[in-house]
Design a protein around this ligand. Structure first.
Ligand SMILES: CC(C)[C@H](C(=O)O)[C@@H](O)C(=O)O
Ligand code: SF4
Length: 421
């Protein structure tokens, strides 16, 4: 009986020929990421000191201050200062702040590569699976164990295969693929599972779009989301001057606990309705709902490909009166590329407001952008009560294309008419 991609990566990292779902293995970690909000300040620094323990390999540790940059309170500023000083004191060279969301930094710097084991103190660390690595979010206690030993124990997750055939139509994006998938599997339907995305519709996606899909695996409860590395992955890493890593692929006779087959050519733009990520429907079922705010940003939907799509829809048009369009590039690097490409100018000319690259708005770390009774459509990954501000505000999740079209109309809108011709 063969192994799946996830099982093969875990077997190699555990130094074993074979692993089976449910088995407990100890694997060597290649990348350990901590962010400011759940990183060293949450007991890790203190416990390491108490233990008199050293970090097993500072070169494999990445620390990123992103949730609290820019700080909205003095306490947040203190946390960023503590995180920065701790990283320096431990000789951690790869410390980043004011550069954007942690998962985008891990991605665009090529810190995570095919075949690697990557762990991070943030639930969307699974985004690293987009390059054919095993990447998962862990808590601070587990991270303490990783920092001291360089290993982590894992229960091998059984795999779900999501097979996407066909080709996405104009105005339909990877976010629509992952929202549709979340709607089918449900917010807990992949609990402690690996979700492997395969098929021609996935294979033709550029890296920017693959990150979005792997990022939201955790919104189905998944342990990890993963896309097999291929020539597109290699080209992405080559452009960074990095090695291709170790490519693995699922055996033809690999065993999956569930297999779902979907057709991207039939896929319409999707929307996740408040207050759950799996309350998903085609955009036209909620089109016309008034919105007060449209948000483009985050590690899910703030990349250059997203900003290019937003600029394409906004070009020569104006954001609706009484509607706020806020755009936060996923990282400083994306910001600079979008500036050079003129996308930010186009967005600003249409009436969009460009915010700094930050987690802040996505997770309400800036004490929230939304007042009670307001409605926002957002390219982010969570729409829980109170996520972006008032508990009486509502958040719809959608692709950057749908967000842009909705900003123009001041109501939830299908982006496809804006892309015809
Ligand atoms: C605040 C942080 C712990 C959280 C996460 O782990 O995902 C955040 O990044 C989020 O998006 O909700
Ligand atoms: S989901 Fe939002 S808050 Fe969480 S890491 Fe990504 S950008 Fe930051």
């Amino acid at each position: 009986m063969g192994m799946t991609l996830t099982e093969k990566i875990l077997a190699a990292a555990a130094g074993k020929e074979k692993v089976t779902p449910g088995e407990i293995v100890s694997v060597k970690v290649d990348v350990a990421m901590m962010d400011d909000i759940l990183g060293p300040r949450i007991e890790i620094a203190e416990r390491l000191e108490e233990l008199g323990a050293k970090i097993w390999d500072p070169e494999k540790v990445v620390v990123i201050s992103d949730h609290y940059t820019p700080p909205a309170t003095i306490r947040q500023a203190d946390i960023v200062k503590f995180t920065r000083e701790w990283a320096r004191s431990c000789g951690i060279r790869r410390y980043h702040e004011y550069e954007g969301a942690c998962h985008q930094i891990l991605a665009e710097k090529g810190y995570i590569r095919p075949g690697m084991i990557a762990v991070g103190t943030d639930s969307h660390t699974c985004m690293g699976g987009a390059v054919g690595a095993f990447a998962t979010g862990i808590g601070s206690t587990d991270m303490l164990g990783v920092l001291v030993t360089g290993e982590i124990w894992l229960k091998v997750p059984a795999s779900i295969k999501v097979f996407w055939v066909g080709k996405l139509g104009p105005g339909v994006m990877a976010k629509d693929i992952i929202l549709k998938t979340c709607g089918i599997i449900g917010h807990a339907g992949a609990t402690y599972r690996a979700v492997e995305f395969v098929g021609p519709a996935i294979k033709e996606l550029p890296m920017d779009e693959r990150w979005c899909i792997a990022n939201m695996a955790v919104e189905m409860g998944a342990k990890n989301g993963i896309i097999e590395a291929d020539a597109i992955t290699d080209a992405f890493l080559e452009a960074l001057g990095l090695d291709k890593g170790k490519h693995f692929s699922s055996d033809p006779d690999a065993v999956y606990v569930r297999e779902i087959s979907l057709d991207a050519s039939q896929l319409e733009p999707q929307v996740a309705c408040p207050p759950a990520v799996d309350k998903v429907c085609p955009v036209n079922e909620v089109a016309g709902e008034k919105i007060n705010q449209a948000y483009v940003g985050s590690c899910t939907g703030g990349r250059i490909n997203d900003l290019m799509m937003v600029a394409r829809i906004l070009r020569g048009r104006k954001v609706a009166k009484d509607t706020r369009l806020l755009v936060s590039p996923a990282s400083r690097e994306v910001y600079q590329r979008a500036l050079k490409a003129g996308f930010l100018e186009t967005i600003a000319d249409a009436g969009g407001v460009i915010l700094a690259p930050t987690c802040g708005a996505c997770v309400g770390a800036h004490s929230g952008l939304l007042a009670g009774g307001e409605r926002c459509i957002s390219s982010t990954n969570r729409n829980f009560v109170g996520r972006m501000g008032s508990p009486q505000a509502e958040i719809y999740l959608a692709s950057p294309a749908t967000v842009a079209a909705s900003a123009l109309e001041g109501r939830i809108a299908d982006p496809r008419p804006y892309l015809e011709g």
